[in-house]
Write a protein that binds this ligand. Structure first.
Ligand code: NAP
Length: 254
C-alpha cells in the first residue's frame, strides 16, 4: 500500500481552513493544521489540529522530524512574518518541502485616500495630520505604538475581549470577527464619527468592507505595509495550493 503523505498547514487564516477542507477528501494525505492559539474559538478545520508555538525554528524543525512531515504549507496571515521566517528556516534544515499561501494585497484605487506607512510606529506618527477619532482595525497585537497618542480617541475592534487594559489612553473596544458587511462598517464609522481608519493591507474579502466604507465616506486610511516577503515558492489561491500538494503526492509515487 502507498505511504501516507504528511502535510502540515500553518494556519490562522480563512485560506488555511479552506485548504484543509479541500485536502480532507484526498485519500493519501494526513493533514494537520497548526494554530498559534491566540483566538478563543477559532474556526475549526477538518483533520488533526495542534495549538501553540513550536519553540522557534529549531522547535519546528524537531516537530517536522518527529512527525515525519513531508511538506509544510505556510498559510499564515501575511503579517505573521516571524512564523513564516521560522518555517523557511526549519523546512530548510529538515529538508521538508514548503509552499507559502498568501493572499494578494488589496489594490489601491485612484479615489482611495491611503497614507502608506512602514509600520505601527509610523502609523501612530502619521495620525494627527488626519484626524483625532480613529478606527483602529489591526487586531490585538501591535497596539503599543498608539499608546503615545494621548491626543487621539480610538475605536479598537478585537475578536476576543481583552484580558488586560489596552495600552490606549482614550478608547472604546468593540468585538467583531469578519466577514464584515459594508453597510455595517458605514454605520459603525458614522455612529462613532470616525475621521481616519488604521488598517493592515490584509487582502481577501473578510475584512475589506472597512476599506470600501472609508472609500465611500472619503475617509483617509493609514495603511500599514506588509512585512518583506519570505523567500520561497508562493501562491495566492487555495486552488494553486491544492495543485501543489497533488504534485507532491505524485512525486512521492514516482
Ligand atoms: P508571528 O508574529 O509571525 O509569530 C509569533 C509566534 O507565534 C511564532 O514564532 C510561533 O511561535 C507562533 N505562531 C504563529 N503562527 C503559528 C501557527 N500557525 N502555529 C503555531 N505557532 C504559531 O505571528 P502573529 O502575527 O502573532 O500571528 C499569530 C497567528 O495569528 C498566526 O497563525 C497568524 O496566521 C494569525 N493571524 C495573524 C494576523 C496578523 O495581523 N499578524 C491576523 C490574523 C491572523 P514559536 O516561535 O514558539 O513557534
Amino acid at each position: 500500500m502507498a505511504e501516507l503523505v504528511r502535510v502540515l498547514i500553518l494556519g490562522g487564516t480563512s485560506e488555511a481552513v479552506a485548504l484543509a477542507r479541500r485536502l480532507a477528501s484526498e485519500p493519501r494525505l494526513a493533514v494537520t493544521t497548526s494554530l498559534a492559539g491566540r483566538t478563543l474559538a477559532p474556526t475549526a478545520p477538518p483533520g488533526a489540529v495542534r495549538r501553540g508555538g513550536f519553540g522557534g525554528a529549531a522547535g519546528l524543525a524537531k516537530y517536522l522530524y518527529a512527525r515525519r512531515i513531508d511538506a509544510v504549507v505556510d498559510a499564515t496571515h501575511p503579517y505573521a512574518a516571524r512564523m513564516s521566517a521560522n518555517a523557511a528556516a526549519a523546512c530548510g534544515d529538515a529538508g521538508v518541502a514548503r509552499l507559502m499561501l498568501h493572499r494578494p494585497p488589496w489594490p489601491r484605487r485612484p479615489e482611495d485616500r491611503w497614507i502608506e506607512v512602514a509600520d505601527g510606529t509610523a502609523a501612530a506618527t502619521a495620525l494627527p495630520a488626519h484626524g483625532r477619532r480613529v478606527f483602529l482595525a489591526i487586531g490585538r497585537d501591535g497596539l503599543a505604538p498608539f499608546a503615545a497618542r494621548a491626543d487621539t480617541w480610538f475605536l479598537a475592534r478585537l475578536i476576543d475581549p481583552p484580558t488586560a487594559p489596552l495600552p490606549l489612553a482614550r478608547c472604546e473596544v468593540i468585538r467583531g470577527r469578519g466577514p464584515f458587511a459594508v453597510e455595517d462598517e458605514l454605520a459603525l464609522m458614522r455612529a462613532h464619527r470616525i475621521d481616519v481608519v488604521v488598517s493592515k493591507n490584509s487582502g481577501g474579502t473578510a475584512t475589506f468592507a472597512k476599506i470600501e466604507a472609508a472609500r465611500t465616506l472619503g475617509l483617509p486610511v493609514v495603511m500599514i505595509a506588509r512585512p518583506p516577503p519570505t523567500p520561497g515558492e508562493s501562491v495566492a489561491t487555495v486552488d494553486a495550493a491544492v495543485a501543489w500538494v497533488r504534485n507532491l503526492i505524485a512525486s512521492c509515487d514516482a
